[in-house]
Design a protein around this ligand. Structure first.
Ligand SMILES: Nc1ncnc2c1ncn2[C@@H]1O[C@H](COP(=O)(O)OP(=O)(O)OP(=O)(O)O)[C@@H](O)[C@H]1O
Ligand SMILES: [Mg+2]
Length: 100
């Protein structure tokens, strides 16, 4: 499973002020099969947004994300996504949640 992230930007529009927020701007990245990759950066730099785009929960404002050459436009059961909150079983440990 190789991910190709090309010229990806994601703009959110504030519901209150109407102001545009660039959560991501012109991201280019290739993640090869079998690689273990971490996104590290300060709060608000766009880590979660990028993960949500790779999974297909949201679409980029600009650019494309491909999974083995196929455009990612929606979630797929070919990809796994472990949420930080809400969907983990608190009575299971990390590896048990992953196995589930
Ligand atoms: N649904 C949304 N509507 C409006 N703005 C959003 C939305 N989601 C994210 N943002 C904004 O996009 C930017 C990136 O947010 P994101 O949650 O991706 O950052 P993060 O790196 O995951 O931060 P943290 O380390 O706190 O989890 C922030 O300015 C955030 O306020
Ligand atoms: Mg986050």
């Amino acid at each position: 499973m190789t991910f190709e992230i090309e010229n990806v930007s994601k703009i959110f529009v504030s519901e209150d002020s109407g102001e545009k927020v660039y959560a991501l701007k012109d991201i280019n990245l290739t993640i090869e099969t079998g690689k273990f990759v971490s996104f590290v950066g300060p709060s608000g730099c766009g880590k979660t947004t990028l993960l949500r785009l790779i999974e297909g929960f949201e679409n980029p404002t600009e650019g494309t994300i491909k999974d083995d050459g196929e455009l990612v436009t929606e979630p797929s059961n070919e990809r796994g996504f472990i949420f930080q909150h809400y969907s983990l079983f608190p009575w299971l440990n990390v590896i048990e949640n992953v196995i589930f």
